[in-house]
Design a protein around this ligand. Structure first.
Ligand SMILES: Cc1cc2nc3c(=O)[nH]c(=O)nc-3n(C[C@H](O)[C@H](O)[C@H](O)COP(=O)(O)O)c2cc1C
Length: 187
């Protein structure tokens, strides 16, 4: 069975990132693809404390939900992350997940959890302002994360001039459809 793990990297549960991930999932509409969905803002997740104990034994000192998320992520065929721009960067909640992935990244000499098969990555960035360049920072950050987990980025989607879900649904029907069609192509 194939699997996709989706991460909503926004503080908002019902915002544009959530809508776009749900659109992707609607497009998939394939019972033979298992779908896992996580909201960073709902995760029981502590900050990385920088102790680097994980460089010795591959395990984090924290006991929370993060390892389960990473297990899903690394056993997937596809991973999708959607994030809004917060001060021209990814939100702190998503950055915390990135930091906490240090036990499982390819810079860790003693990692014990790795990708089980080739994984394809989808990065989505949303922002209120006009310039695409700011979303490139978000997409680069997600792609950098994917890179250290051996996840091959197959799609980068940038949506600007979107402050609210209403902005998205009223003014970005083409992009919404692009995400839906992308879901349909995932096999
Ligand atoms: C704390 C905070 C900081 C933000 N900073 C920026 C910013 O630097 N640039 C920008 O274009 N939009 C910024 N925004 C707007 C969000 O990127 C925008 O509302 C986005 O559509 C939110 O997506 P969501 O509905 O999935 O949360 C910020 C929003 C918040 C709440």
């Amino acid at each position: 069975m194939m699997k996709i793990t989706c991460i909503i990297g926004s503080a908002r549960i019902n915002g544009s990132c959530s809508y776009l991930i749900d659109t992707l999932i609607k497009g998939i509409d394939n019972p033979s693809i298992e779908v896992k969905k996580y909201y960073v803002s709902k995760l029981n997740m502590n900050y990385c404390c920088g102790c680097k104990k994980c460089y010795i034994d591959g395990e984090c000192v924290q006991r929370d939900e993060v390892k389960n998320v990473i297990k899903d992520l690394l056993s997937s065929d596809y991973v999708a992350i959607a994030a809004p721009s917060y001060w021209a960067d990814v939100p702190a909640q998503l950055k915390t997940l990135f930091d906490r992935t240090t036990p499982y990244g390819d810079t860790n000499p003693n990692r014990i959890l790795k990708a089980e098969k080739p994984i394809k990555g989808i990065a989505i960035a949303v922002r209120a302002g006009v310039r695409q360049q700011e979303n490139e920072i978000i997409l680069n950050s997600i792609q950098h994360y994917f890179g250290h987990l051996s996840i091959d980025t197959i799609e980068r989607i940038s949506i600007c001039e979107t402050d609210t879900l209403n902005d998205l649904t009223e003014n970005h029907k083409t992009e919404i459809n692009r995400v839906f069609e992308l879901g349909k192509r995932l096999k």
